[in-house]
Write a protein that binds this ligand. Structure first.
Ligand SMILES: Nc1ncnc2c1ncn2[C@@H]1O[C@H](COP(=O)(O)OP(=O)(O)OP(=O)(O)O)[C@@H](O)[C@H]1O
Ligand SMILES: [Mg+2]
Length: 449
């Protein structure tokens, strides 16, 4: 059953179609014109809109545009009396799913409708799949340091102050940079990432600042730079420590004045952009070693945010792993994947030198390789068991279970026992000496039923 809106200024057509679609089991609303249709969709979205093209007050193509502007997912089918190629092309270009030519038989309109609804189903499924793949980051955290960082990031996002993100490789600097942009008033404008490592100095310079035709061999036409594209948005300068000395100098001016000239150009271009920079190196020692300009460092280091390595937020390892597993499971069409208790213990004990990136890779691999829906330590990379400097033998198979329990293991067991022995959550919280919210969170984290 679908929810359908029929738009036609002829009352008879509206009524006949409504009766017919209702007899097929759909839920139908009818509108006499574009404005009425928009109002109906505002009250409650529909799966499909079937609209006449030639209407007095707002024609079907304008209505189509308006519907697509509000919700691109709504399927629109047009009814037209003039089946010309031009009409059809215009309709498809504007985003119509299909069109039928008047007069049509009920059987024809039924088939058109079924086809359109089927396509819509496919599209929705695709979209859900895509959003699972480009999944939002997990921002809940058990770590006080991480919570402070996110609070500061949120505050800083509201301003235009330059932000410098530091932290180990894989800790989540790129993710945080994008998050800051999303939280900022600039969120509807571009977020432009400039990776300072990837290109040669000349290419990077022209990529960033643009160039005029003939300014160097191969500059066959004028080309705007990426910094211009960031107007009103944010520029993310990734791996900033890799900038060459010459580019550091050019950048200093950009960071100070937000203005520059294209290579070979005369005109000064002014952009309105917020700058976020990131590095996994220690910029202060780069400055001390005269590899990074001190003045540029101070310009960038207005608000400095250090993203903690994963091992410093050990409480987040398992929740993050579960989060990543959900996404990996959806992508691999294995939505029921979960970690065994032993696997979670192993994840929790690893030091994660590659941080969230390493965790993500381990989870992806397990999601593909594991045979049943339960991921065991065997499904995790060997490195997770062979820690450098780890006391005692740690054969991969027996691994985790033989080690003394961690503080978290003890806590989990203790909470489990107290919960089993008490009647209410309040009583358990009281016995444990923590408040109910904390208990509730811990219970969820340890997956205690
Ligand atoms: N909060 C998060 N939730 C989910 N995934 C995350 C989160 N933070 C980071 N990731 C994932 O971890 C990986 C590494 O993150 P990111 O690229 O942001 O790290 P980085 O600090 O920029 O690393 P590098 O210094 O190597 O550039 C990415 O695949 C990213 O999607
Ligand atoms: Mg990065």
């Amino acid at each position: 059953m679908a929810s359908i809106v029929i738009v036609d200024d002829e009352k008879n057509i509206r009524r006949n179609l409504a009766v017919f679609f209702e007899s097929l089991g759909h839920r139908v609303r009818a509108a006499a014109g574009g404005a009425e249709a928009i109002a109906a969709l505002g009250d409650e979205p529909a799966d499909l809109v079937l609209t006449d093209v030639r209407m007095a007050e707002m024609d079907g193509l304008r209505l189509l545009e308006e519907i697509k502007r509000r919700d691109p997912a709504t399927v629109v089918v047009l009814m037209t009396a003039f089946a010309t190629v031009e009409n059809a092309v215009a309709a498809m270009k504007a985003g119509a799913q299909d069109y039928v030519t008047k007069p049509f038989t009920l059987d024809e309109i039924r088939r058109t409708l079924e086809r359109a609804l089927e396509l819509r189903g496919l599209r929705v499924e695709n979209r859900e799949l895509r959003s699972a793949v480009e999944q939002a980051p997990m921002l809940d955290t058990e770590s006080a340091a991480m919570r402070r960082l996110l609070d500061t990031a949120r505050q800083a996002a509201a301003s235009d102050a330059t932000i410098l993100l530091t932290g180990e490789s894989g800790a989540g600097k790129n993710v945080l940079a994008r998050q800051i942009h999303q939280l900022s008033p600039r969120r509807d404008h571009p977020f432009i990432t400039v990776n300072c490592t990837t290109l040669s100095e000349q290419l990077l310079e022209s990529e960033l600042f643009g160039h005029m035709r003939g300014s160097f061999t191969g500059a066959v036409k004028d080309k705007p730079g990426r910094l211009e594209a960031a107007h009103q948005g944010s520029v993310f300068l990734d791996e900033i420590a890799d900038l060459t000395p010459a580019l550091q100098t050019k950048f200093l001016r950009f960071v100070q004045e937000l203005s520059f000239e294209r290579i070979g150009g005369e005109r000064t271009i002014q952009v309105d952009a917020r700058i976020i920079a990131a590095t996994n190196r220690d910029l202060e020692s780069e400055v001390a070693a005269h590899r990074f300009r001190e003045d540029l460092f101070y310009r960038l280091n207005v608000i400095s945010l250090r993203v903690p390595p994963l091992r410093e937020r050990a409480g987040d390892i398992v929740p993050l792993a579960r989060w990543l597993l959900r996404a990996a499971g959806l992508r691999n069409r294995r939505p029921n994947l979960r970690f065994s208790a032993e696997a979670e213990t192993a994840l929790r004990r690893h030091r994660w030198p590659g941080n969230i990136r390493e965790l993500r890779n381990a989870v992806e691999r397990a999601a593909v390789l594991c045979r049943s829906d339960e991921i065991t330590p065997d499904d995790l990379p060997d490195s997770i068991f062979r820690e450098p400097g780890d006391p005692g033998p740690a054969p991969a198979a027996a691994g985790a279970a033989q080690r003394p329990p961690s503080l978290e293991d003890v806590e989990r067991e203790h909470i489990r026992r107290v919960l089993a022995e008490t009647a209410t959550l309040e009583e358990a919280a009281d016995t444990l000496g923590i408040n109910v919210t904390t208990l509730w969170r811990k219970r969820r984290r340890y997956r205690i039923e």
